[in-house]
Design a protein around this ligand. Structure first.
Ligand code: PLP
Length: 385
């Protein structure tokens, strides 16, 4: 899905912009943010920074009432840079070494998701009295890609339900301010029943622990989920917790973004390929999760045929899309790879000394740069010879 006006604007941008680049339709972010806030009007949303950490987007979402969910010290610094205050930031993640906790003591202590008993002990030692949520691993067969399911019992995240009461007591003994419970089932979930099953586990724990100041039910909202069907599932938590927090990432930004690449050749082996100037360094999700994104031509071409779109890396996994019907292109024609607004630029790397792409935002009238293309000297700047 891509708005025709945005597609037309991309063709204008292509007259001057170097490929590959990421481009975001701000109206789409705004519409998704509004839809999310309207569906869960009583909950407090924390935007998952990892989905797309562009400072511009962080500011934009903060102005629309979102707090920030982070998983690294770098993301906390980034959120502070974008204007979030410590009480508007939550730091999750299974590993928080002492150096990270000491840095937080200096920079401002956010809310913390405690992922294990050892995490609790370390947080208490370095950040006395910190506000913590206990991450629950609900031990459920969450239906999504294996790499995205964090709520299965065998995953490394959180504490199993039976371990939560002891962790809760220990957190209080340690003098931490226990805010409540945190659940994050996984990413790109499509089944409301999976959310319901996870929420039931948290409800069971609330029976044991009693009402809490906060219940954080995480993110994972798939792009086509009917939020209206999900919203009623939050009702029990609004009764038993002071605040309900949510952590959407993909839902807000994925459809707003595209990766634009030019085609620099066509060839046939046993399959028919178009060769792009973007690949797994720029957009990792097809290689990592076998996602097969939709693709739109940004050119008028010849007869249609079915192509695989390969990138410049010397790895057979560097194929961004397979079996895409496209008009025959000329060299230098461009395509837009859709649903690249989440986990696109944030997962881009400089693998193969490939500069990270520029990022542009379209506000319905014009384009502006929100991320410069990485320069070659920056690739070498860290190293000493
Ligand atoms: C703890 C936590 N919260 C929220 C998210 C955001 O997930 P999504 O982008 O699928 O909404 C993630 C993603 O990995 C996560 O690990």
């Amino acid at each position: 899905m891509i708005r025709p006006a945005f597609q037309a604007a991309l063709r204008e941008l292509l007259k001057e912009a170097e490929t590959p680049f990421y481009a975001y339709d701000l109206g789409q972010v705004e519409a998704r943010a509004e839809a999310f806030r309207a569906a869960f009007s009583k909950a407090r949303p924390f935007y998952a920074v990892k989905a797309n950490p562009a400072l511009f987007l962080l500011r934009f979402l903060r102005e629309r009432g979102f707090a920030a969910e982070t998983v690294s010290l770098g993301e906390v610094f980034r959120a502070y840079r974008a204007g979030f205050l410590p009480h508007e930031v939550l730091l999750n993640g299974p590993v928080k070494p002492p150096r990270v906790l000491r840095a937080l003591a200096a920079a401002g202590v956010p809310h913390l998701g405690a992922d294990s008993p050892a995490d609790l002990e370390r947080i208490a030692r370095h950040l006395p009295g910190a506000r913590v949520l206990l991450r629950v691993n609900p031990d459920l067969p969450v239906r999504t890609h294996d790499h995205l399911a964090t709520g299965r019992g065998e995953s490394q995240f959180g504490m199993l339900p039976e371990a939560i009461p002891a962790a809760y007591r220990r957190a209080r003994e340690l003098g931490l301010e226990v805010l409540g419970l945190h659940l994050h089932l996984g990413s790109a979930l499509t089944q409301p029943e999976d959310f319901a099953a996870g929420y039931r586990v948290v409800e069971g724990l609330l029976e044991t622990l009693g009402p809490q100041p906060v219940v954080d039910l995480g993110g994972g909202f798939g792009l086509d989920l009917d939020l209206g069907a999900l919203a009623p599932l939050l009702a029990p938590f609004h009764r038993r917790a002071g605040e309900v927090w949510l952590e959407p990432g993909r839902y807000l930004v994925a459809r707003a973004g595209v990766l634009v690449a030019r085609i620099w050749g066509a060839k046939a082996t046993r399959r028919r390929y178009l060769l792009l100037d973007a690949g797994m360094s720029h957009f990792l999700r097809p290689a990592l999760y076998r996602v097969r994104p939709e693709v739109r031509p940004l050119y008028e071409g010849g007869e249609e045929a079915e192509y695989d779109l390969a990138g410049p890396a010397c790895e057979s996994t560097d194929v961004l899309a397979r079996g895409v019907r496209l008009p025959a292109p000329r060299e230098g024609d461009a395509v837009a790879i859709l649903e690249a607004g989440a986990y696109g630029s944030s997962m881009a790397s400089s693998y193969l000394d490939t500069p990270r792409p520029a990022e542009y935002v379209w506000d319905g009238e014009g384009w502006f740069v929100v991320g410069e293309r990485e320069r070659y000297p920056a690739l070498f700047a860290r190293q000493r010879s």
